[in-house]
Design a protein. Structure first.
Length: 267
C-alpha cells in the first residue's frame, strides 16, 4: 500500500493537466498514488488522464459539479493512505516537494500538517509567498493568526488523513477561500509545520478563482460569520472586519461588501 495519496480536483482543464500531473509523477519520493477527481467536466479530461499511462494514476469522475472543495473531499474518501496531499490542475510541484515534507513529518510526529512557501507567477506578478517580511506565525499553533490572514497554500499541504477527517474537510458551501476556512479549523486542533522554501510554482491565469474579486469578498464575509464567536472571544472581530472593509474600499466596492457582511451575519 502506498504511503501518500495526492489529490487533484479538475474541471474542464484537460489542456492544462499535463504540466501539473507530470510534476507529481516526477517526484523524487515515489511511494504515492495520484487521484484525479474530474468535477463533472464536459471536455476530454478522462482521455487526457488515461494518456499518462501510469499505474499510480487513478481517475474518478463526479456526475455533478461540487467545486474544488467537494472534489477534494471526494478524493480523500477514496484515499486509503496515511497521508494526503493536494495539487491544483494548473500548478507545478518542485521535484523534491514530497520527499522534503515526508522527511519533516517523520522527524516531527506531533505535526498534523506541513506546508511551505510557493512561487506565485501571473501575467503581471512574480513573487514568493509568504515573503520573509510577512507578519504573524508560520509554524506551530497557528489558529489565532490564521483567523486573520492565510499563509497556507493548498498545493503546498501534506497532512495526516486522520487529521483531515477530524477537522471536517472542506466546506462545500464555499466556492472560494474554502482552503483558508479549512486550515483555520485544522489549526484549532493540530500543530502545523513549515518548510522555509518554495515548494511549488503557483500559476495564476486570467479568470481563475483567485482573481475573482466578488467571489473573494463573498467567501470572506461568510468566513467571518462562521468564525464570529471565536473572533469575538479572541478580540479579533473588529480588526478583521476593518481589514476586509479596507480591502473593499481600495477595490472600490465597499458598500457592496458591507451589505454582504450584514447578510452573512444575519443568517
Amino acid at each position: 500500500m502506498s504511503k501518500v495519496s495526492v489529490i487533484i480536483p479538475t474541471y474542464n482543464r484537460a489542456d492544462k493537466l499535463e504540466y501539473s500531473v507530470r510534476s507529481v509523477l516526477d517526484q523524487t519520493y515515489d511511494d504515492f498514488k495520484l487521484i484525479i477527481v474530474d468535477d463533472a467536466s464536459s471536455d476530454n479530461t478522462e482521455e487526457a488522464v488515461k494518456s499518462f499511462g501510469d499505474e499510480r494514476v487513478i481517475y474518478h469522475r463526479l456526475e455533478k459539479n461540487r467545486g474544488a472543495g467537494g472534489a477534494r473531499n471526494e478524493g480523500v474518501k477514496i484515499a486509503d493512505t496515511e497521508y494526503i496531499a493536494f495539487q491544483d490542475s494548473d500548478d507545478k510541484w518542485h521535484p523534491d516537494k514530497l520527499e522534503r515534507q515526508m522527511k519533516y513529518m517523520e522527524e516531527n510526529p506531533d505535526a498534523g500538517m506541513v506546508y511551505g512557501r510557493f512561487h506565485v507567477i501571473s501575467p503581471t506578478q512574480d513573487y514568493i509567498f509568504p515573503h520573509d517580511g510577512v507578519e504573524g506565525e508560520l509554524e506551530g499553533e497557528l489558529y489565532p493568526w490564521l483567523l486573520r490572514r492565510n499563509t497556507v497554500g493548498t498545493p503546498t499541504m501534506l497532512m495526516k488523513k486522520a487529521c483531515f477527517e477530524e477537522a471536517g474537510g472542506f466546506d462545500e458551501s464555499l466556492r472560494c477561500l474554502e482552503d483558508w476556512e479549512f486550515v483555520i479549523r485544522f489549526s484549532e486542533k493540530f500543530r502545523i509545520g513549515f518548510i522555509d522554501d518554495a515548494l511549488i510554482d503557483n500559476l495564476i491565469s486570467e479568470g481563475s478563482v483567485s482573481t475573482n474579486l466578488a467571489a473573494y469578498f463573498e467567501a470572506r464575509c461568510k468566513m467571518i460569520a462562521i468564525h464570529k464567536a471565536k473572533l469575538m472571544e479572541l478580540g479579533l472581530f473588529d480588526s478583521v472586519v476593518m481589514d476586509v472593509f479596507g480591502r473593499a474600499e481600495r477595490s472600490g466596492i465597499l458598500p457592496q461588501v458591507q451589505k454582504m457582511l450584514m447578510a452573512s451575519l444575519s443568517l
